[in-house]
Write a protein that binds this ligand. Sequence first.
Ligand SMILES: C[S@@+](CC[C@H](N)C(=O)[O-])C[C@H]1O[C@@H](n2cnc3c(N)ncnc32)[C@H](O)[C@@H]1O
Length: 256
Amino acid sequence: MKEYTDNQVRFYDLCLPFEEDIPFYRQLLGQQYKSVLEMGAGTGRIALPLAQSGYEVIALDKSKAMLEKALLKKSQLAPNFQKHLTLVQGDMVSFTIDPKPDAILIPANTFMLLKTLQAQKLCLQNVYHNLPQNGRLVLDIFNPHDFLKQAFLEDRMVLVSSLPHPQGTFIVNHWVSGKYDPANQIVLTHNIMETCDQDGNVRKYPYTEILRYLYRFEMELLLQLQGFEVEKIYGWYDFSPYDTKSKKMIFIAKKA
Ligand SMILES: C[S@@+](CC[C@H](N)C(=O)[O-])C[C@H]1O[C@@H](n2cnc3c(N)ncnc32)[C@H](O)[C@@H]1O
């Protein structure tokens, strides 16, 4: 995988000010799953609140720059929460953890950043080897039937969000245009983060993202081939079951 670029890292938390999945993970882990490995934990958007809830969290990411952001946020937590969070640089395709965590999370479409079927298979094999027999994998990817209908995939620039910058008087606009290639199940998006200050000075920070998307039975089969049994597929973070209109496919899997 290509490393996250400076522009992606700089605006990540602004692009994804999303929190709806955090109560979902808390409820799912409950009292039963105390130790958690988050693959592709990024800036700690999910890892930090889970550590604050008392879970022992290992936040793994390939990107040093994303982990540096997570480290800064960790340093702002109270010391009794900081001790629950370990940040590790590593690749979800090859990483080994000992002792094995009770649960492994791959949230927020991160699995689709693995661009080949081979890399996706290796990642699941790796999850399998790092999970105990009664552990759980939670893998959250978008539902292509929903995602591929978005206006920005019709080859035009769409303003997907416009937010005040938290550290100043800037407005940050997030523009996206993209296309998808059904034969290879690839979505390519061109993103422009555009800042505009009080004097009207505009700066643009572009980056490109590529995702290899999967359909429901493809994902299920991939999990089964790597030795997992799919227990549930949710369609959103409210635990509603997956159907064609769901925005998400959230797979809960255990070792068969
Ligand atoms: C969409 S972000 C998700 C971050 C975080 N999980 C969240 O929900 O906010 C994807 C993250 O996965 C990381 N990543 C991509 N490929 C990876 C790999 N092979 N191994 C580990 N991390 C990876 C990226 O560096 C990035 O931080």
